[in-house]
Design a binder for this molecule. Structure first.
Ligand SMILES: [Zn+2]
Length: 421
């Protein structure tokens, strides 16, 4: 179950807790799980007893997504990161495949219960309580997405309402009929539902939704997106971070001062992406501690983060990522010598009455060039205002092109707003 005591434990107690979990993890995988056994033996670690103390954890080799993809390609269907015989696993999910071939991931009953426990931290952090009615407008397909959130809401004692197999107007009607107090979806889908509500003459602000929880895209951590969701729904919007292959690791608290990492179930490190050395700002590296059947140990997430150095007003002692996920390392654009994350462009674009947008990236010689397509009120005038704000904020002039409302793709799951030509 969700455990508030661990969230406020001091560093020593937390490290001891993590160290015990690491030992249990190493005991389970070395010798049994072919992927980790081979990887660690190659690095000189023959048995779990070779891990002698906390400092040894940071000496374990880093792991990349490419290794996982290659392993699954060579060892169909599920690769070799399996601690137990296949019969022990009860769920399969796969990634959305936004950056290459999809990864398949198996869970045991224990690791699925762990997923729900992790979501307990996410929902409780946002203020969800037993008695809340949480609505999940989600397709409930192969993508793990909000499946675990759904079970997490139930585990927390809230009423979990599935919103699969419905179009957006039916989902709004379900929310209204069943009195949903919590909405869990991607930030762009929360905005899309607002648009549908406006078209149908429904005042979403009058619905009983008091909390929205978002994942799948960085949007909810972007102030302009958050304020549009909050004013439209008359609710507080919370960000959350997770990955199919890793689990639900990051969440916001009432103070909304960046993302906390759930250090009772994960070990979080920030490293220089070039050297792998510890850093204050760099790539987030994670180890999950409760998914023993298919764990990830020192996994390079590809997410750029900055660790906060001051305590959070909420009293939680878990690591805090200042500004949440700052961007994907492989998404970073270099436009006329300036490093720009697509999230920085979105933060400006969303200050305007923009329904949807797309960032088109094309190479001009050795340089990235960008054109931002916007469905904006006011057409060319609206686009020019967006362009001026981008120039004032980022210090570079980007081409901003107005497009007709409803012409850009909409997303229920992970939005693909950066298109490379
Ligand atoms: Zn906090």
């Amino acid at each position: 179950m969700y455990d508030r005591a661990l969230e406020t434990a001091d560093t020593t107690a937390l490290r001891q807790h993590q160290w015990r979990r690491v030992q249990a993890l190493a005991d389970a995988v070395v010798g049994a799980n072919p992927f980790w056994t081979a990887k660690w033996r190659a690095a000189g670690l023959a048995s779990a007893a070779d891990l002698r103390g906390w400092d040894d954890v940071a000496r374990l080799p880093l792991t990349t997504k490419r290794e996982l993809v290659e392993d699954q390609a060579e060892h169909a269907l599920f690769g070799t990161n399996l601690t137990y015989p296949l019969e022990r696993y009860v769920r399969v999910h796969q990634t959305s495949g936004t950056t290459g071939a999809p990864l398949r991931w198996l869970d045991t009953q224990e690791s699925w219960d762990w997923w729900a426990r992790c979501w307990g931290f996410v929902l409780a952090g946002a203020g969800v309580r037993p008695g809340d009615r949480a609505f999940f407008p989600f397709s409930f397909g192969l993508f793990v997405g909000f499946w675990a959130g759904f079970d997490g809401a139930r585990a927390l004692g809230a009423l979990a309402i599935p919103g699969g197999g419905q179009d957006s107007p039916s989902r709004l009607a379900t929310m209204e009929t069943l009195g949903a107090t919590v909405l869990v979806c991607t930030p762009s889908y929360a905005l899309h539902l607002l648009q549908i509500a406006r078209e149908r003459g429904i005042d979403a602000e009058k619905l009983p939704v008091r909390i929205t929880v978002h994942a799948g895209e960085p949007g909810a951590g972007i102030p302009a997106v958050r304020s549009r969701i909050e004013s439209g729904w008359g609710a507080r919007a919370f960000d959350h971070a997770g990955m199919t292959e890793m689990g639900a690791y990051g969440y916001e608290c009432e103070a909304q001062a960046g993302l906390h990492v759930n250090e009772s179930e994960f070990i979080a490190e920030v490293v220089d992406p070039a050297t792998g050395a510890a850093a204050d700002e760099g790539e987030l590296v994670l180890t999950n501690l409760g998914r023993l059947g298919s764990p990830l140990i020192r996994y390079r997430t590809g997410d750029r983060v900055r660790r906060a150095t001051t305590p959070c007003p909420c009293g939680r002692t878990f690591m805090r990522l200042d500004g949440g996920i700052l961007g994907r390392l492989d998404d970073m654009l270099i436009i006329r010598g300036v490093n720009v994350f697509p999230t920085a462009i979105e933060a400006v674009v969303r200050r305007f009455p923009v329904e949807e947008f797309q960032i088109e990236v094309f190479r001009d010689g050795e340089l990235d060039e960008v054109r931002v397509h916007v469905e904006v009120e006011g057409g060319a005038d609206g686009a020019r205002r967006v362009q001026e704000a981008l120039r004032a904020t980022l210090g570079i002039r980007l081409d901003v092109a107005p497009v007709a409302a409803g012409t850009l793709p909409r997303f229920e799951l992970k939005a693909r707003r950066v298109v490379r030509r």
